[in-house]
Design a protein around this ligand. Structure first.
Ligand SMILES: [Zn+2]
Length: 152
């Protein structure tokens, strides 16, 4: 099967996920719920075919999706719902802008997601980031070794 020619078929409805802007997988990547590694391995889905997430998109350009059952918005804590609506709607808006943005895929996620990842993985292989991190940490480490010297 050649996925390049066939495009990626939705795991739920079976139709082609024609654009990244319709992709639930990429939406979750933008939101930081899916890692870059998982992106290659996960099944594709339309944003609308995942109502559990899509119900939180509140935008004039998006037809509201209703989710039924225990994960429906009206079953959840209103504070959580408000938070998710803000977060998921921001992610969805970013997703709509990505095709024309020219950004590399590593910079698709929301700024706070990228930031959190960099903090989680200071030992990442990217040498430039590593030295940037080292520079940032330099003062802190100097401070510690100065303290240790004083203790000895
Ligand atoms: Zn679908």
């Amino acid at each position: 099967m050649s996925q390049c020619e066939a495009g990626y078929l939705c795991d739920v409805c079976g139709f082609d996920v024609e654009s990244i802007t319709d992709s639930d997988l990429y939406l979750r990547y933008v939101l930081g719920d899916v890692s870059a590694e998982e992106l290659d391995m996960s099944r594709e889905r339309h944003v609308r075919c995942n109502p559990t997430l899509a119900q939180f998109i509140v935008d004039d350009h998006f037809d509201p999706v209703r989710c039924e059952g225990p994960f429906a918005k009206d079953q959840l804590d209103p504070a959580y719902v408000a938070e998710e609506e803000t977060r998921v709607t921001r992610g969805w808006k970013r997703l709509q802008e990505l095709p024309s943005s020219g950004l590399p895929i590593t910079e698709y996620p929301l700024p706070e997601v990228i930031q959190a990842r960099e903090q989680q993985r200071p030992e990442m292989p990217d040498r430039e980031r590593q030295s940037e991190y080292a520079a940032r940490m330099g003062n802190y480490l100097d401070g510690i070794s100065a303290m240790k010297h004083r203790e000895n």
